[in-house]
Design a protein around this ligand. Sequence first.
Ligand code: MLT
Length: 212
Amino acid sequence: MTELSFIHRFAPGNPREAAPLLLLHGTGGDESDLLPLGEAIAPGAALISPRGKVLEHGMPRFFRRLAEGVFDEDDVRRRANELADFVVEARKHYGLAAPIALGYSNGANIAAAMLLLRPEALAGAILLRAMVPLRDVPKVDLAGKPVLIVSGESDPIIPPSNSQRLATMLANAGADVRHRTLPVGHQLSQADLTVAKAWLERVEESTELAAR
Ligand code: MLT
């Protein structure tokens, strides 16, 4: 589907079942990559899955980097805003509530940047193998926003101190952060799915309770 500002795929789900998920792939992925993971983590949820617009040697990403783990922060800002605008468009077009981002690696990093720069775009986030996306961050209010960070103990790309710094940064802004570290590397594992699904069920339950 291309009529909105990002090439994307959309699965309508049953919107009454759960909050929609915004699926954000890793470097070299595309809009189809995370659909199976989204379906497994949130059965029945609407899924909106854009393709990153930046190409690195032909591989789609969500923002430019200067080297592995070294980001072009001007581009991070520009692209996070562009993606947040797409979320606004897609919500209107498909009639969706604010989504919870489910991002992996580069997709988790752009989701973290959106939380810091355009917090209203997301209802929460599941960040799989995320790192700090920006050094200078404006003051932001993430009061009560649920965020799950899942890191890999032996991730060769993300030092534990970096993901810990991200968790602290988001928690200091008021987000309700849960940070889990799994005995894995940068690749996703079955344990990521299990942890993310259980966390999301708890978040959905407490939102339902709060709405009663
Ligand atoms: C990034 O560029 O966002 C991170 O280095 C993760 C990656 O995509 O490899």
